[in-house]
Design a protein around this ligand. Structure first.
Ligand code: ADP
Length: 658
């Protein structure tokens, strides 16, 4: 039962009680004033509701009505009414105990009908009024314990009045001359019954009535069972008693059918209850399973977040209530140092006050804030985070916490800062000039070289036979020199063109290696090489350059092999924070310690052309390609025992603007 719904039904019940009580009490007072005897007692042979009793009921109804509105004025009125309502039953009880008469019994009317104590309300009625009156005062108290006690007193009034009602229904009221049962009128009992329920309902979560309004299975049983247990046996017995009284059935028939009907009724009733309870238990199980699934999903999502992001939760005042391990790792503070503090503990002072004021303005309105923040770690170092702050609202739309998710973007920011620095700007300018020079030089050198080659060919053709042996040899040298120069110029030109590629692509390195293997297949087969690759990653980069990088390194590994040894080439990789680190190892001739850096310079060779073919541009190209990807290249080698070339590539390379 929804709280709202039960509140509304309680309200309707209380108002109906007020109406009924006023109606019946006014009716009884009129009956006394006019001498209408049925109005005084309902059951002519039963006790009468005294004028004083009716008046007290009237007061009680008004007090109950006023207590529904909780203004200071009505509270005061309720108190006054309750005290005056208590006065009459207290005096009456006193009269009964010490037997004086304070002449309050017949103050308003003269009771000629009652033999004992004319006009005086019965002891049962007086006690019930005292309990009801005290509860009216007690229920307004703050102390829970007191309220619970009154709830149980009210329950006693309810049970007593129910017994009186039942005795009337079965015409056995006059037989019950104990506990004042035969001295209470039928309509008095009815009014006490509904009033005791009404007053209990003013604190629906406490005491006996609390059982009706808590949403548990026990409550469900009580809600279904109690009304039926109360009314069905009464109804069955009422009709059987009537049949017996009118002589339609014998006493044993009455008793037998009563027991039979009761067994059938309770059997059917308990089966229905059991089925209902089983159904609700199943629903509960299903709900439990659903809850488990949702919970698991939540836990998985949290784990995913914790593994990928720096996570913090703050309360509406900006105080951190949760932080994950990554937060501690990057800020270098322990969890204990951060929980309970505000975010300004990691404030770097880099951003303006306005920056944070705008941030707070956005999230306090319930909007998500996304931006980049520079923070300061405990050791004084700075780090940059890409931050998203998400406000969480409760059902009434009030923000109860903020979840902030951050990604470490320090490397990217440093790269950006470096790119914008004066030093890099100058370096870039120098590079551009150098590249232009290399391009013009190589391009312009081609022309005279072509003339020289042409003239050598003419010389060879027209005068070749006029030269003696030496002359012919020199001519041969000149021709070779010219063609070598031509290839050097071509290499220089292609070197200067590296870096013109400006499309960053997503590249599967395994595919690149497959292409390289095809291109070098003749070379690989002839040399009897084996090429082993790890399962390589998918990376971001410039595709043509990266293919050239792998091709150059593998070509060298094949080329610089030990005589009579088949090349074994292995390509590996590992992931380090912001980079991919690759390695290309061979079992070749190796490189002496002193040459490990210079081999990356342009046209640097360690061997003559006769020993190993080449121009010395390959590794210079590799270096330039790796640097274009924000990485480094180096070699580790044992002379004579193979080499391993390592290179790193930024996971997120940036295109350097021209
Ligand atoms: P080239 O291959 O045209 O000589 P590179 O720039 O590719 O030019 O290489 C420069 C020099 O570095 C080579 O001449 C060689 O002496 C040395 N070198 C390169 N790779 C290897 C290797 N895998 N093993 C041994 N030496 C190597």
């Amino acid at each position: 039962m929804k709280v709202e719904n039960s509140r509304r039904s309680i309200d309707v019940f209380l108002r109906t009680t007020v109406f009924l009580t006023i109606a019946i009490s006014v009716l009884v007072m009129t009956a006394w004033l006019t001498g209408w005897s049925r109005g005084q007692s309902i059951f002519l042979h039963g006790a009468t509701m005294k004028f004083n009793t009716a008046l007290m009921f009237f007061f009680t109804a008004i007090a109950l009505h006023l207590s529904l509105r909780k203004t200071p004025a009505t509270k005061l009125l309720v108190k006054i009414l309750t005290y005056s309502m208590l006065l009459v039953p207290v005096i009456t009880l006193f009269e009964y105990i010490v037997l004086p008469s304070f002449s309050i019994d017949q103050i308003f009317i003269e009771d000629t009908r009652s033999k004992d104590f004319p006009g005086r309300m019965s002891q049962g009625t007086a006690i019930s009024f005292i309990i009801i009156g005290l509860s009216l005062l007690g229920l307004e108290q703050k102390k829970e314990g007191l309220k619970v006690v009154f709830q149980y007193f009210l329950m006693m009034v309810g049970v007593m009045s129910l017994i009186v009602i039942i005795t009337f229904l079965f015409g056995i009221n006059s037989d019950f001359d104990f506990l004042f049962i035969d001295t209470v009128a039928f309509h008095t009992a009815v009014l006490f019954f509904i009033l005791s329920i009404s007053f209990s309902l003013k604190n629906p979560n406490l005491g006996f009535v609390g059982l009706f309004f808590v949403n548990n299975s026990g409550t469900k049983v009580i809600r279904i069972v109690l009304p039926i247990i109360l009314f069905v046996p009464i109804l069955i017995s009422y009709f059987i008693t009537r049949a017996f009284n009118s002589g339609e059935i014998s006493a044993s028939m009455a008793l037998g059918s009563l027991i039979m009907l009761f067994i059938i009724f309770s059997g059917v009733f308990f089966i229905i209850t059991a089925v209902l309870l089983n159904r609700s238990a199943r629903q509960k199980d299903d709900l439990g399973n659903d809850l488990y699934a949702v919970n698991k999903e939540l836990i998985d999502t949290k784990r995913a977040l914790d593994e990928t992001s720096i996570v913090a939760i703050t309360n509406p005042k900006g105080i951190m209530t949760y932080i994950n391990d990554k937060f501690c790792e990057i800020s270098k503070y322990s969890r204990e140092e951060l929980i309970g503090k505000q975010h300004n503990i990691i404030n770097s002072g880099y951003h303006s006050k306005q920056f944070f004021a705008d941030l707070w303005k956005t999230i306090a309105k319930g909007n998500i804030w996304v931006g980049e923040i520079k923070n300061k770690a405990k050791d004084g170092s700075y780090y940059w985070v890409h931050t998203s702050i998400v406000p969480f609202k409760n059902e009434s739309g009030k923000i109860y916490q903020y979840l902030s998710l951050r990604q470490d973007i320090t490397a990217k920011k440093l790269a950006e800062e470096l790119l914008n620095s004066q030093y890099v700007k100058k370096l870039k300018q120098k590079n551009i000039e150098l590249e232009q020079f290399a391009f013009i030089a190589s391009h312009d050198l081609q022309e005279p070289l072509r003339s020289i080659t042409g003239l050598i060919n003419l010389l060879n053709h027209d005068y070749g036979d006029k030269f003696d042996g030496n002359g012919q040899k020199y001519l041969e040298f000149i021709t070779q020199g010219a063609s070598r120069m031509s290839s050097l110029i071509k290499d220089l030109l292609s070197y200067s063109r590296l870096g013109k590629e400006n499309l960053l692509a997503t590249i599967d390195c395994n595919e690149i290696l497959e292409q390289v293997k095809v291109d070098l297949s003749v070379n690989l087969i002839e040399s009897g090489s084996t090429l082993i690759c790890d399962n390589l990653p998918v990376i971001k980069g410039f595709e043509i350059s990266l293919r050239q990088l792998f091709q150059n390194l593998i070509t060298n590994a094949i080329k610089f092999r030990n005589e009579g040894v088949k090349p074994q080439i292995t390509i590996g990789f590992e992931e380090i924070t912001d980079y991919w680190k690759f390695s290309v190892s061979d079992n070749g001739i190796g490189i002496a310690e002193e040459n490990k850096t210079k081999i990356f310079n342009i046209f640097q060779r360690l061997h003559s052309k006769d020993q190993y073919e080449g121009s010395g541009i390959g590794l210079a190209n590799c270096k330039k390609i790796v640097e274009l990807h924000g990485g480094e290249i180096w070699v580790e080698s044992e002379y004579g025992n193979g080499s391993t070339f390592y290179f790193t590539l930024l996971k997120d390379p940036i295109i350097i603007p021209e």
